[in-house]
Design a protein around this ligand. Structure first.
Ligand SMILES: NC(=O)c1ccc[n+]([C@@H]2O[C@H](COP(=O)([O-])OP(=O)(O)OC[C@H]3O[C@@H](n4cnc5c(N)ncnc54)[C@H](OP(=O)(O)O)[C@@H]3O)[C@@H](O)[C@H]2O)c1
Length: 291
C-alpha cells in the first residue's frame, strides 16, 4: 500500500526454519527493511521505533505479555502515532470464555490497559476468525479420505471468517485512519458471517461430496478444555467460544462501534464463498467440483 515498512524479527540463525528465511527474503524483495533483533534488546527496539510512525504487533498468543517490552520502548521513543497490539480475535471486552482461553483474553486486557496508560494513540482490532486458518482446521487437517466431518456444538452458531490477507489490508487501513484513533474496530464483513453447517454445505457443493456430520457436544468440548494437556485445552476453549457460543457474532454492534466493511465500503473483500474456492484451488488433494 506504499507505506515504507520495517519488520522487527528474530535473528536468522542456523536453526531458523527455512520458511522463515524465505519469508524474510520475500519481504526484502518487496522493499521491506528487516531488522533482526530480540524483544529483550531494549535500546535497539527504541532506536527502531524512533524511525517509524505506526507499530503493529503480531506476536503469537502465548507471548502476549511480551508486548509490554514493545510498549516500554514506544513510551521511551515517544514518537509513535498509532500502536496496534496483537489482538486479531474474539473481542475480550464483550465475551467471557472457558478458563484456558479466558487467560489469553485477560492478557490482552492487560496489554490494552498498558497501551492506554502510555498515552500513545492506539487502535484495538478484533472480532474475527482467520479464514484460511479455520478452513484448514475444520476441513483440511482431518483425514481427507474420511466421509465424516466434525461439527463442534450444534453447528448453528455464526462465526466471522475473514481472509488473512484482508485482515492485513484492513489493519493497515485502520492504522492510518484518524477515525479509528483510540477506538476498538470490529472486523465483521457481512458476507463472511457463517455457521459450521453453512460452511459444510458450501464445502459439499464445491467438492461434490457428502459428509456424515459427527457432532461434538458442548459438554464434551468443555470437558476437553478442563482435562486436555496444553495447548489442546486452549484449542477446545477457543472452539467453544467461537463455534458453540458464537463469540465473534453473538453481540450486537452498537451504533457508535466501528466496523471495517462500513469504514471501507469500497474495499472488495474476499467473501467466505470465494475464500473456499481459493482454498480448494490451493489444496491439491481436494477435487473441486467447479475445476
Ligand atoms: N482470529 C483467529 O482466527 C486467529 C488465528 C490465529 C492467530 N490469531 C492471533 O493473531 C496473532 C498472531 O498469532 P500467530 O498465530 O500468527 O502467531 P505465531 O505464528 O505464534 O507468531 C507470530 C510471530 O511471533 C513471533 N515470535 C514467536 N516467538 C517469539 C519470541 N520468543 N520472540 C519474538 N518473536 C516471537 C514469530 O516469529 P518467527 O516467525 O520468528 O517464529 C512470528 O513472527 C495473535 O494475536 C493471535 O491470537 C488469531
Amino acid at each position: 500500500m506504499g507505506h515504507p515498512t520495517f519488520v522487527y524479527g528474530r535473528p536468522i540463525t542456523p536453526n531458523t526454519k527455512p520458511s522463515t528465511v524465505e519469508l524474510h527474503k520475500e519481504f526484502q524483495s518487496t522493499g521491506v527493511t528487516i531488522i533482526q533483533g530480540e524483544l529483550s534488546e531494549h535500546e535497539k527496539l527504541v532506536s527502531i521505533i524512533k524511525q517509524i510512525d505506526v507499530v503493529i504487533s503480531v506476536l503469537g498468543a502465548p507471548l502476549l505479555l511480551e508486548q509490554l517490552k514493545i510498549i516500554d520502548a514506544i513510551k521511551i521513543a515517544g514518537n509513535v502515532k498509532r500502536f496496534i497490539p496483537s489482538d486479531f480475535g474474539c473481542e475480550e471486552e464483550r465475551i467471557t470464555a472457558l478458563p484456558p482461553f479466558q487467560s489469553y483474553l485477560d492478557n490482552r486486557k492487560k496489554i490494552r490497559t498498558a497501551t492506554e496508560a502510555t498515552g500513545t494513540p492506539f487502535t484495538f482490532v478484533s472480532s474475527t476468525c482467520f479464514g484460511e486458518y479455520f478452513l484448514n482446521f475444520l476441513f483440511h487437517s482431518r483425514d481427507q479420505q474420511s466421509e465424516e466431518l466434525t461439527i463442534y456444538g450444534s453447528g448453528q452458531a455464526k462465526a466471522v471468517l475473514t481472509s488473512e490477507e484482508d485482515i492485513a489490508t484492513y489493519t493497515i487501513k485502520v492504522a492510518n485512519d484518524p477515525r479509528t484513533c483510540n477506538r476498538i474496530v470490529f472486523y465483521r464483513p457481512p458476507r463472511n458471517i457463517v455457521s459450521q453447517l453453512d460452511l459444510a454445505s458450501l464445502w459439499e457443493k464445491k467438492t461434490a461430496r457428502y459428509f456424515k456430520k459427527v457432532f461434538v457436544s458442548e459438554e464434551e468440548i468443555v470437558k476437553l478444555s478442563e482435562t486436555s494437556e496444553h495447548p489442546h485445552n486452549v484449542r477446545a476453549a477457543i472452539l467453544h467460544s467461537i463455534f458453540v457460543k458464537g463469540g465473534t457474532t453473538n453481540f450486537e454492534l452498537r451504533e457508535d462501534d466501528l466496523e471495517v466493511s462500513k469504514l471501507y465500503p469500497d474495499f472488495d473483500y474476499t467473501t467466505v464463498d470465494h475464500l473456499i474456492d481459493v482454498f480448494l484451488a490451493n489444496a491439491p488433494n481436494f477435487e473441486h467440483a467447479a475445476l
